[in-house]
Write a protein that binds this ligand. Structure first.
Ligand SMILES: [Mg+2]
Length: 313
């Protein structure tokens, strides 16, 4: 039924870059969450953040004025813990910050010959000696687990390199593929969908990462809504081999999208068709600049099919 018109009955929100950047909440984030509550649209949060525990993520959000309970959040840290429990009681070498290590207290962490090397975010602590130690553990039979393999994200200081480069480097030298726990893994999306109790095709992911949020969501059968905040870059978006179902300026535009008051527009880029939405006030200038087709709203915009946004042959 994936190609049938579908409404959005539930939402998964990425956090970093969607609700906040650095230490600043994105304008309209709280109002949009309130709108979803008023509309009885269930939602959860799904994040690859590996620097904090769930309660610490919730604390950070609350400090920014975004009231979210820890049980609403699915993080790569909690999912990694679940994954390791499913493996029995393995020994682990954790490349995570000290506060996150506390989440893994049940596992043997000091084995010289660990069953799993678990890669999370350790900031600037990477060095040759550490990497070479991990390399030898992997060559001696340890399995490589990555909380995610994000490339970069946006901070108060600008773009910052994420752990994906280290995961890729370790894969390269040891000839093993890492098990990726966070987005875009199917198991991670399933965890959140199970909590929502909704089907993938009636649920939308809202994210700023074209690979992990949008391509990951599409691949797992969700509808996808990309925001132009956080790590969004026009050139990266144009070069990507995937399209969101909807492209909006920020989370502040989500209520309008869900109410169907934004207009879908089509534009051709080399080799592909892009589908985005714009407000009525800007639709005509947008059309003049880069649209070859315009679909006026007829009924609910959400009934527009994903096939509109598929890549051209
Ligand atoms: Mg993000």
């Amino acid at each position: 039924m994936a190609d049938d018109p579908a409404t959005i009955e539930a939402l998964l929100f990425d956090l970093d870059g969607v609700l906040y950047v650095g230490s600043q909440k994105i304008p309209g984030a709280v109002e949009t969450l309130e709108f979803c509550q008023e509309q009885n649209l269930p939602f959860r949060f799904i994040t690859n953040t590996s620097t904090r525990t769930l309660s610490a993520i919730a604390e950070k959000l609350n400090a920014m004025g975004i009231p979210i309970a820890p049980e609403m959040i699915f993080s790569a840290v909690s999912a990694t813990r679940d994954f390791l429990f499913q493996q029995g009681s393995p020994s682990v070498h954790l490349l995570v910050r000290d506060e996150v290590k506390l989440e893994f207290a049940e596992f043997e962490q000091n084995s010289p010959d660990p069953d799993f090397v678990v890669v999370g975010d350790i900031g600037a602590a990477w060095d040759y000696e550490m990497l070479n130690g991990v390399f030898n553990e992997l060559m001696n039979g340890a399995q490589l687990v990555a909380m995610h393999r994000n490339k970069y994200w946006l901070t108060d200081e600008g773009l910052q390199m994420d752990i994906g480069a280290f995961v890729a480097g370790l894969e390269y030298v040891c000839g093993k593929q890492a098990t990726i726990i966070g987005k875009p893994s199917s198991q991670f999306f399933s965890l959140a969908l199970n909590a929502l109790g909704t089907d993938s095709d009636s649920t939308a992911i809202v994210g700023d990462d074209i690979e992990n949020d949008i391509a990951g969501g599409n691949r797992n059968g969700l509808q996808s809504i990309m925001v132009k905040t956080g790590k969004y870059r026009q050139d990266v978006f144009d070069a990507a081999n995937t399209n969101p179902d909807y492209l909006i300026d920020s989370i502040a535009d989500l209520p309008a999208l869900l109410r169907g008051v934004l207009y879908p527009t089509l534009r051709f880029a080399p080799g592909r068709l892009q589908f985005s939405v714009t407000g009525a006030d800007t639709v005509f200038s947008h059309f003049r600049e880069n649209c070859v087709g315009l679909i006026p709203r007829i009924g609910n915009l959400l009934f527009v099919r994903r096939s509109l946004s598929k890549k051209l042959p």
